[in-house]
Ligand binder design. Structure first.
Ligand code: FAD
Length: 312
């Protein structure tokens, strides 16, 4: 059977794409191996009606809603190969199944690459985060850190200062802040520490101190880290999508990539600070674009048949 769309990735982007496709009576398979970017956290904020929800509960509700639509199937498998042949896509999963699809929606997300500081992973998602708009509220008015060893330090310090007046920027041994930026930050009461970080101290993911390489310790209850990003999925694939400067898959405003029939939405496209609700919105848009392509295909074929019929 040829399906209308294979949605690869079952985070908010892929789930919302599948919902709109299911409601449009499009034969859809959603592939997901359940390794979302926010697996490290137990609360998601900023999605109206779902503020503070556990990400796995968000997913459970979404899958339950999808189960109402008979044209949508969920395969809890990792897709490892994608190929295009004669206008159709072959989607191969790790356990050897192969599916044929007219369209592909890539909603595979991305992964953080955290700085190599001992114990950083114990705190990331619990008291250290990357997006102040997601987790700034919970850390408001507390002694916070911005940890950034590149040009993002200045921007992040300005943003995070919205939530606290007790802020220190840790550049982890790098001299990334020009004098002018340092003076501007200091004029707003933001301190700067350029020493290398030796480790994080605290229990059960709750930060208490940042230990520096000269063994001094600075009291901090949480903070924000400037992470690097990389695509979560790497396919064995002949499809060559264009990527933007951040490494996100480039699309137009309809989520269409440069390859006909391939759409991208959510973090995999943005590869930068993002949110569940933005990913879900883009998933919806990608599904509308797939619908537009299928409608176009149907009517152009019917036009062709009609013309053929008329000429007989
Ligand atoms: C610590 C942390 C806290 C956050 N807090 C918030 C918050 O409070 N509010 C908020 O709005 N946002 C928050 N975010 C951001 C939010 O998690 C992302 O913006 C959102 O998850 C993006 O959704 P997505 O569907 O694009 O990708 P994801 O949610 O990452 O989903 C991608 C899915 O695709 C699957 N996948 C990948 N490759 C394959 C493959 N080859 N085959 C099959 N499946 C595959 C993955 O396993 C995963 O399930 C947070 C992020 C982090 C890291």
């Amino acid at each position: 059977m040829i399906i209308d769309c294979a949605v690869i990735g079952g985070g908010p982007a892929g789930l919302n794409a599948a919902l709109v496709l299911g409601r449009s009576r499009r034969r859809t398979i959603l592939f997901d191996d359940n390794k979302p970017r926010n697996a490290v956290t137990s609360e998601s904020h900023g999605f109206i009606t779902r503020d503070g929800i556990d990400p796995q509960e968000f997913k459970r509700i979404a899958q339950e809603e999808l189960s109402r639509y008979p044209d949508v199937k969920i395969k809890k498998q990792r897709v490892h190969r994608l190929t295009k042949d004669s206008g159709l896509f072959q989607v191969a999963t790790e356990n050897g199944e192969v599916f044929t699809a007219k369209n592909i929606i890539l909603a595979t997300g991305f992964k953080e690459v955290l700085p190599e500081i001992p114990r950083v992973k114990e705190f990331y998602g619990k008291s250290l985060f990357s997006c102040p708009f997601c987790d700034g509220w919970e850390l408001r008015d507390r002694p916070l850190a911005v940890i950034a060893d590149d040009h993002k330090a200045f921007h992040m310090a300005k943003v995070v200062s919205n939530w606290t007046n007790d802020l220190i920027v840790f550049t982890n041994g790098s001299k990334v802040l020009p004098l002018e930026e340092q003076e501007l930050l200091k004029s707003k009461g933001i301190r700067i520490n350029e020493k290398k970080i030796a480790s994080f101290i605290g229990e059960e993911g709750l930060l208490e101190k940042i230990q520096l390489e000269d063994e001094t310790e600075v009291y901090r209850e949480g903070g924000f880290i400037a992470a690097e990003w990389k695509q979560a999925a790497s396919f064995d694939s002949s499809l060559e999508y264009t990527v933007n400067e951040q490494g996100g898959i480039e699309t137009d405003s309809w989520q269409r990539t440069n390859i006909e029939g391939v759409f991208a939405c959510g973090d995999t496209r943005i590869a930068g600070p993002s949110q569940l609700i933005i990913a879900a919105g883009e998933g919806s848009m990608a599904a509308l674009a797939v619908n537009a392509a299928l409608i176009e295909e149907k009517f152009s074929q019917e036009n062709q048949h009609r013309k053929k019929g008329e000429s007989i």
